[in-house]
Design a protein around this ligand. Structure first.
Ligand SMILES: Nc1ncnc2c1ncn2[C@@H]1O[C@H](COP(=O)(O)OP(=O)(O)OP(=O)(O)O)[C@@H](O)[C@H]1O
Length: 622
């Protein structure tokens, strides 16, 4: 019963979202005028009419005259009735207004309303009278559950139709031709009505474009969420919901199509059986029944053709819906793949997020450690900086102090330097005087000095006895030859100095060394050794073979002093030192520094000697 009530409510154009109460009780109260104003009732009516006929476009604040001008030709009234009960009345087409008088449309509407038992209005009310009756009539239609005219065996025919006469219908009804339908037929018709309602339900009435719009809206929402960086899980969930919604709608559509198919088949069978019954009846009746039969047959044929057309249209709808279904399946499969891809991406992003999180945590820890280290380092550096500042201050003070002391010292040094400069001025004169005195001393010692050195016995001569009897400090040497008698046995020799057999190379050089200084003072000096073979000349002048510094002879020591003294005097004097080396043997002079490597004989006797004591035509090594 509830579904039936809902059905009538929907059939009458009530919508749950409408601000006009869909409940008939409310309109009943409006009709009864229990406090509601006429304007409000008219507004209710206008709103209902707009919802019933969306193309009507009446303003809610429409006046009685607006309503009258809208309803005066009767076309809208017929459309209202046909919307409430399709096929109830023949609608006058706007384009046919010239051919169909407007009064006929109103008359058809009034006849149909009268048949429904709804309080009607007069033509004059609509033309020029009060619109109250018109509004009452329409609101009653709105509020009253609309009887199923077919189900109730009622049909509103056009006044011009042959069977519009109610009496005829009553006759037919009494003969059982137009009697109320059986319970089974009622249920079928009711189910057909349910089917039609299902077709007009939000699911079925929602065209595929609307469905796609809904899906598109979901995707638009998805895009919006993606743009808003919504969690990917929420996006995946939303996609799943979209897919589920599409699947649900497609399955609902398929179910309705199957139901519709079954209904059409059942209805076709019913009409076929009815045709067969009527044909059987027609075979044995009179003229009246023949007429009725032909009428019924014609009507049934018309209905059959209409149903076939409708079936054809529905088949086309089925094909179209199947195509849409396939298209939706394809879209669903695509969406599923996208969902899988998104889930995979979600998993990847989750893993990456974890990795990044772990990396960021480890980096954060390392940076924290580094920060601590840097803080410590900075503290240490700041401490060091403070110490440096303090030390720099103290250093500055010390520098200032040192500067002052250096200034004082410089003053003292200036004084000393002045004294040194004064002393330096006298230095050269003193030095010259010193040299002069030194060389005068050398002259006093004698320009020619003869020293005697006693050679010790060689290792194989230990059994021999020395002839030296006495060596005096003043250079006396007494040689005693016991083999010779008298004075010949004792000979006295006088030298500048006599060196005993135990005298070292250094002691021998001690008396020669001042002469080297005289050389650097510009005097010519000659040192030579004289004696018989094996007496020790080479040993004294050069030293033994492989001699060390300790055993150096006079030559090496003299050259060494030459270089030392010249180095000491290099600030004031520059010396050029060279050497010539010759051997004179058996009155032959040999150049020992000859460049060809072999000592060659000097070509002539030494007859010339340059002022600088160099031998002419002899090799000179600088
Ligand atoms: N003062 C000395 N102490 C130790 N040995 C010495 C000393 N004088 C000379 N001799 C040794 O005596 C030997 C002869 O000496 P050296 O060759 O110097 O004599 P010479 O006078 O140069 O001989 P020659 O005229 O034949 O060249 C050498 O073996 C040398 O080492």
């Amino acid at each position: 019963m509830n579904s039936s009530s809902d059905y009538h409510k929907n059939e009458n154009g009530g919508t749950p979202s409408s601000s006009v109460p869909a409940n008939g009780d409310i309109f009943g109260r409006v009709v009864n005028g229990n406090g509601e104003t006429e304007g409000k009732r008219r507004a209710y009516l206008v709103e209902w009419l707009n919802s019933l006929l969306p193309d009507l476009g009446l303003p809610v604040t429409a006046s009685d005259e607006d309503l009258r001008s809208c309803l005066i030709d009767g076309t809208i009234l017929c459309r209202i009735l046909n919307r409430l009960r399709p096929g109830s009345v023949d609608e006058g087409n706007k384009s046919d207004q010239n051919s169909v008088p407007t009064s006929e449309n109103v008359a058809r509407f009034l006849a149909a309303v009268n048949a429904l038992g709804v309080p009607r209005f007069d033509m004059s009310d609509l033309e020029k009278g009060s619109m109250k009756n018109v509004i009452d009539c329409l609101l009653t239609l709105r509020s009253r559950p609309m009887p199923n005219l077919v189900a109730d065996g009622l049909s509103v025919f056009s006044p011009t139709a042959n069977c519009s006469d109610l009496s005829s219908r009553r006759d037919l009804s009494s003969r059982g031709f137009c009697s109320p339908l059986s319970v089974e037929e009622r249920q079928k018709v009711l189910s057909e009505s349910k089917f039609q309602r299902a077709l007009r339900s939000p699911v079925m009435s929602e065209p595929s474009a609307g469905l796609m719009h809904h899906v598109g809206h979901k995707f638009h929402e998805l895009d919006y969420l993606l743009l808003q960086n919504a969690p990917t899980q929420r996006v995946a969930c939303l996609l799943r919901k979209v897919v589920q919604e599409i699947e649900r709608r497609i399955s609902t559509q398929a179910e309705h199509l199957r139901t519709q198919n079954n209904l059409f088949k059942a209805r076709e069978e019913k009409y076929q059986s009815r045709i067969r019954v009527l044909e059987a009846l027609a075979s044995g009746t009179n003229e009246e029944s023949e007429l009725f039969r032909s009428h019924i047959l014609q009507q049934m044929k018309n209905e059959k053709s209409k149903m076939e057309e409708k079936k054809k249209t529905d088949d086309e709808d089925v094909i179209r819906l199947k195509k849409e279904k396939e298209h939706c399946y394809l879209e669903i499969s695509g969406l599923k793949q996208e969902v899988k891809e998104l889930e995979r991406l979600l998993a990847d992003s989750g893993n990456k997020e974890k990795e990044l999180q772990a990396n960021s945590e480890s980096k954060c820890q390392s940076w924290t450690k580094k920060e601590l280290v840097y803080h410590k380092f900075m503290d240490f550096q700041l401490g060091s900086l403070k110490e440096l500042r303090l030390s720099s201050v103290s250093i500055k003070q010390e520098i200032l102090k040192a500067e002052r002391s250096y200034t004082n010292e410089f003053d003292h040094l200036g004084v000393k330097l002045q004294a040194l400069a004064d002393a330096a001025e006298n230095y050269h004169s003193l030095l010259t005087e010193n040299r002069k005195l030194f060389n005068e001393l050398q002259d006093l010692k004698g320009n020619i000095r003869v020293y005697c050195r006693i050679r010790p016995f060689l290792p194989g001569q230990k059994e021999k006895r020395t002839l030296v009897e006495h060596i005096g400090d003043n250079g006396e040497l007494v040689v005693a030859d016991r083999s010779k008698p008298g004075k010949d046995g004792h000979r006295l020799f006088k030298f500048n100095k006599v060196y005993g057999s135990d005298a070292t190379q250094g002691e021998v050089y001690t008396d020669t060394q001042p002469l080297i200084r005289s050389v650097l003072d510009g005097y010519n000096v000659c040192i030579f050794a004289y004696g018989q073979t094996g007496s020790g000349k080479t040993y004294t002048m050069s030293g033994p073979n492989n001699a060390t510094q300790e055993n150096w002879g006079v030559n090496y020591r003299a050259l060494n002093d030459l270089f030392d003294i010249s180095q000491q005097r290099k600030s004031s004097l520059m010396y050029e030192i060279g050497v010539q080396m010759v051997e004179i043997y058996n009155e032959q002079v040999r150049d020992l520094l000859s460049s060809d490597g072999t000592p060659k004989k000097y070509p002539s006797q030494i007859t010339k000697c340059a002022s600088n004591a160099l031998l002419e035509n002899l090799s000179f090594a600088p």
